[in-house]
Every structure is written in structure tokens, then in C-alpha cells.
Write a protein of this length. Structure first.
Lengths: 426, 173
């Protein structure tokens, strides 16, 4: 029997949220298809008192769990407080292997006290117990945290429902760098520009984004602190400056520069100082990404003709080719555990999302669309978000790394491109 | 700079004239004053523009220097024979005007990845930059940058749009 009680202070998150400019009303709409290999049947009873909060917590939790494809939600009309005595046999008979119950109470200071417990009905034991003091505007975040806990306790893998995604949206002549919850809700605008913005990437601690902006009539790299909103021009060398990637320790950026001719890979300090060249080819080397241990950079190069993915040590040396199937392989992204390479491959005229298992060389096509771009791993390594086109509109899609679960995210105004999945928020 | 700003004056004078005439139609209370202002400004600007066009071939629409775009074939990054004369004309002009600077903006069609296309657009801009430098233009006068597929001149995903977007533009600063 496991029993934990935590009080999570999410004031830091509140500060983060308030630091953004006016929240956009353009919300993402979600379409889901496919289910996991085996689904865990779980029942979520209504939390007494939750109707007083701005959002119904159990609705958000159920949506999260359903979207993951990993769970089968057992219908019920029950409302059980977190102190209720659970009849394990009854829930087991209704087909639920696990049951979540909880309660919501408004506190005198305006916050909500949210309590939740998770039970294993087969083993007749409590798996988890959490309580949160949540600001009203952070109720959804609290619900995502509960969904994360259920996911983790029942699958052994950390949940990603409380993480966030950054992407570029465009409506008319305005480009916006936006940040949303992983379910596409809670959209906030970090930057507006009349010139294109591309290639956003999260700093490892989730406090900053690096991105490429064309506001100076050429591509230059900025970092932006999401709490203080401070923007810093970190790469503005002669020529083009693009494709930033954070080192895992957050101290450096790998970037693509053209200061010495064609596009090549360099390292700079995160503050923009100390430029050092990493690759030297006669052609294009771009799209650097660090391996999780920070010792290797994967990148796209046309040194063999068409673009292929290579890897090289951060201190240089002879790059090794990684992709061999197909004549056009770009946009390497390494899974958090370093075992999987996600990339975009052009085969028979279609640009599609693939993974390559770096341990056994197994390749897997994960999409059946034709204009896929910019893959980004969820921090638990189980999902990939990418840009695609749906009904002739730019859209974001999420697929599980086993290819079984697919979701589409459409924003209601304008299009969305260049997604980047943020890290776990402590 | 000189010529660009006088060109801008002509433009703004023309816009002012247009604005004044519409103001005049809409606003019957002050037609005389607006009309007089517009006429004067227009006359002055025209005089400057005529002198300047004679002085600087860059502003002459008949000059080969008015051609600022170099088009490329699909998956190609070398300057085609038909654009040799354009590049040579700009090289000659830049060599005669060492104070002038240009940015060469490379572009691609919309197929493929954002960052890889940015690098391909750079390859086109760099081809033009190298050709100019080989013709004696100073490194200091030229900067090659790329817009990749981010700022398409022609919208759409068909052969016409793709052909228009496989391009490097010369922009005088």
C-alpha cells in the first residue's frame, strides 16, 4: 500500500501565466482516433463540490485519460468524497481496475482545496493521495496534475497532461508565438510579429524559449524568458542565424549560421557569446539537436547529395551517417531516453513522420499525411507532436510512438506550425 | 541612400496628392488650402525625381539594374545563363558605387522542411553573392541571407507558384 500526500505550490505557475500578454481566445480543437494496445479500465467518480470551481476537474481528468488512448473510462454517476469508504468489490464488478475519487472546497482566501485518491480495486489498496491548494485560474492545471498522477501510478510512466506546447500561429499578416496546455487549451501569446517566427525550442527547465525571428529582415535567434518576458538577441551574425537547440544543461545553444558561407553548425553560450564552429562541410549542415547526454549532436546534412541525418561529437570529429533509407531525411529529434530518432522523410513525394530505433535500426512510419514537419517528443517519450496539413490548413497532430493513437489539434483562427513540446514542470 | 529617399519623396508626394484629392471631395470646408499644399509638394518632388533618374541608373526602369530577381531551376543553386547579365550589371554598379550595400535574399518553394529550406534559400543567395565577389564586389557591400519558404512572393502549391518562389532578390540598402 502506497500513500503519499503532497501540497503543491503552483504560485510560480500563476506568475508565469500573468506574465504573458493577453490570452488568446483561439483555442485548439481536438480530434482523437485509435486506441492503445491494451486499455486499463478506470472509473473517475465525480468530486463533490467541483461544480463551484471554474472548471469541472473530473471532466478535464477524463478528457486527458481518454485522449492518451491508454485508458478505458468506466461510466458511472457516482460522486464520492475523498473520505468515502470504497467498496472495492462493487467497482471491480463494474469493470474498473482502478477508481479515483476526490473533493473540492472553496477556501476563505479564494483558493480551492482539491483532494484526490486513487485505488487499485483488484488489490483493494490505495495507490495515491494528493491535495492541492489551487488558485481558481489554475484549476485546469491541477486537474492535469491529477491525470498525470493517475497515468503514472497505473502505467509506471510519467504523465504529460500538465506539460505545455509552444507553436507558431498565423492569422492574416500576424505571426504569434503561442503556448498552450498539452490538450491545446489555455492558449497564451508570448510574442506577436508582422514577420515570420520559426523553430521555437524550450530551454530544459521550461523557463525560456529560443526561436528564429525575421523581424530584422533576416533570420536571427532570440531567447525569451517566459516569466520576465525579457528577450535577448543571442545570434545576429552576418548572413542567416537559425535552428537553435539547447544543450541538456541549458548553458549552450547549438545553432546554424552562415557567417562563413553556406549553413554550418556552431555552438554559442546561451547568452550569445563564445561562438565555436562544430561542423565543416562544403554543403549544408543544419538542424542540430543534442543527444540527452549532451555529448553528441544529430543534424541534417547534404554532404552525400540529398539531405540525410548525421551525428557528430560536440567537439567535432568525423560525422557518422545515421539515416540510409530514402533520399530526403530531415529534422532529427532524439527521444528523452536517447533510443529513438524521429525525423521527416520524403518517400514517393510525401513528407511523413518516421522513427528509427537507434538500438536495432527498426524504422516505423507514424503518419499517413503528406506534408509533415517539425516533430517534437513529449518529455515522457511516448508521444510526438508534429505539424501537418489537414483539409488544406496547417494543423498540429500528436501520435503515440507505437503509432496506435493519433490526435489532431486545429486552432480555430489561423493556422498552427512549428510545434515544440515543453519539458516536465517541477 | 540618396536615391532611395528621393524616390520615397516622389512616392509620398503622389500619395499625398491622392489623399488630398479625396479629402477635397469629402470635405467641402477647406478645399483651397488642401489643394494648394498638394500642388506645391508634387511639383517640387517631380523636379527632384527627374534630375535623379538621370544621375543614377538604379532608378531608371529601362536599365537592366531594375531587374533585381534571379530565378533558379528546381533543386538547383547555380545561376542560369540568362541571369548572367543581370548579376554583371549589379556588380558593375556596386564596383562604381563602393558606398552602396545590398542584401541578397534567397527563397525556396514551399515543399519540404522549414529549416532545410532556409539553408537551401541561403545556397541561392550565396551563389549570387559569390558571383558578385568574383566580379570584384567587396565583401563589405554584400550580405547573403535566406527567407527559405517563409516569405513566398507567390502563394499556392502549384508549378507557377513554385517557379516564382525559387528566387534570389537583390535589395539595395
Amino acid at each position: 500500500m502506497i500513500s503519499t500526500t503532497r501540497n503543491l505550490t503552483i504560485l510560480a505557475l500563476a506568475t508565469m501565466g500573468l506574465a504573458f500578454s493577453s490570452a488568446s481566445h483561439a483555442q485548439l480543437r481536438l480530434d482523437i482516433s485509435g486506441v492503445g494496445a491494451s486499455q486499463i479500465p478506470v472509473a473517475i467518480a465525480a468530486f463533490p463540490g467541483e461544480e463551484a470551481a471554474p472548471q469541472r476537474i473530473t471532466s478535464v481528468v477524463k478528457d486527458d485519460l481518454a485522449r492518451s488512448g491508454v485508458f478505458k473510462l468506466i461510466d458511472n454517476d457516482d460522486a464520492l468524497s475523498d473520505s468515502a469508504v470504497v467498496n472495492y468489490g462493487q467497482w471491480k464488478n463494474r469493470g474498473a481496475d482502478a477508481l479515483a475519487i476526490g473533493g473540492v472546497q472553496r477556501l476563505a482566501d479564494g483558493r480551492f482545496d482539491v483532494r484526490y485518491r486513487l485505488f487499485d480495486t483488484i488489490k483493494s489498496s490505495q495507490l495515491s493521495a494528493l491535495s492541492f491548494g489551487s488558485q481558481p485560474q489554475l484549476i485546469r492545471q491541477t486537474a492535469h496534475k491529477i491525470a498525470d498522477d493517475i497515468y503514472q501510478k497505473l502505467t509506471g510512466i510519467p504523465g504529460i497532461f500538465s506539460t505545455r506546447i509552444a507553436y507558431i500561429s498565423r492569422s492574416g499578416r500576424e505571426y504569434r508565438l503561442e503556448i498552450a496546455d498539452a490538450d491545446g487549451d489555455g492558449v497564451q501569446v508570448a510574442l506577436r510579429s508582422s514577420e515570420p517566427i520559426i523553430s521555437p525550442v524550450w530551454s530544459p527547465d521550461g523557463s525560456k524559449l529560443a526561436y528564429v525571428s525575421f523581424e530584422a529582415k533576416k533570420p536571427v535567434i532570440f531567447t525569451q524568458n517566459l516569466i520576465t518576458r525579457e528577450r535577448k538577441l543571442v545570434a545576429n551574425f552576418k548572413g542567416s542565424n537559425s535552428a537553435p537547440a539547447w544543450s541538456p544543461d541549458g548553458t549552450h545553444l547549438a545553432v546554424a549560421l552562415t557567417r562563413d558561407g553556406l549553413t554550418q553548425i556552431y555552438m554559442i553560450n546561451a547568452d550569445g557569446n563564445g561562438v565555436r564552429r562544430v561542423t565543416s562541410s562544403a554543403g549544408i549542415d543544419t538542424e542540430p539537436r543534442f543527444s540527452p547526454d549532451g555529448n553528441t549532436i544529430y543534424f541534417t546534412s547534404d554532404r552525400s547529395g540529398g539531405p540525410q541525418i548525421y551525428k557528430v561529437g560536440i567537439n567535432g570529429g568525423e560525422p557518422q551517417r545515421v539515416t540510409f533509407n530514402g533520399s530526403y531525411n530531415i529534422s532529427p529529434r532524439i527521444s528523452p531516453d536517447g533510443s529513438l530518432l524521429a525525423f521527416i522523410s520524403r518517400r514517393e513525394g510525401k513528407f511523413q513522420l518516421y522513427t528509427l530505433d537507434l538500438t536495432n535500426g527498426q524504422e516505423l512510419r507514424l503518419s499517413d499525411t503528406a506534408k509533415d514537419e517539425s516533430p517534437s517528443f513529449a518529455p515522457n517519450g511516448k508521444y510526438i507532436i508534429y505539424a501537418t496539413e489537414s483539409a488544406r490548413r496547417a494543423a498540429l497532430a500528436v501520435v503515440s510512438t507505437d503509432g496506435r493513437i493519433k490526435q489532431s489539434l486545429f486552432i480555430q483562427t489561423g493556422d498552427a506550425r512549428e510545434p515544440a513540446w515543453g519539458p516536465f514542470i517541477k | 541612400m540618396r536615391t532611395l529617399s528621393s524616390f520615397a519623396i516622389v512616392l509620398s508626394a503622389a500619395m499625398l496628392l491622392a489623399a488630398c484629392s479625396s479629402t477635397k471631395l469629402d470635405d467641402k470646408n477647406a478645399p483651397v488650402e488642401n489643394h494648394a499644399m498638394g500642388t506645391n509638394t508634387g511639383a517640387d518632388a517631380n523636379a527632384v525625381a527627374n534630375n535623379d533618374a538621370n544621375a543614377d541608373p538604379l532608378n531608371d526602369p529601362q536599365s537592366i539594374l531594375s531587374k533585381r530577381s534571379i530565378y533558379f531551376d528546381y533543386d538547383s543553386y547555380s545561376i542560369k545563363e540568362e541571369f548572367r547579365s543581370v548579376v554583371e550589371a549589379h556588380a558593375k554598379y556596386l564596383n562604381a558605387h563602393k558606398d552602396r550595400k545590398i542584401i541578397i535574399q534567397g527563397n525556396t518553394d514551399d515543399r519540404g522542411g522549414t529549416e532545410y529550406n532556409l539553408a537551401l534559400g541561403q545556397k541561392r543567395a550565396e551563389a549570387v553573392r559569390k558571383a558578385l565577389v568574383l566580379l570584384g564586389v567587396s565583401d563589405e557591400q554584400v550580405e547573403a541571407v535566406s527567407f527559405g519558404k517563409e516569405k513566398p512572393k507567390a502563394l499556392g502549391s502549384d508549378e507557377t507558384a513554385w517557379t516564382e518562389n525559387r528566387r534570389a532578390d537583390i535589395a539595395y540598402q
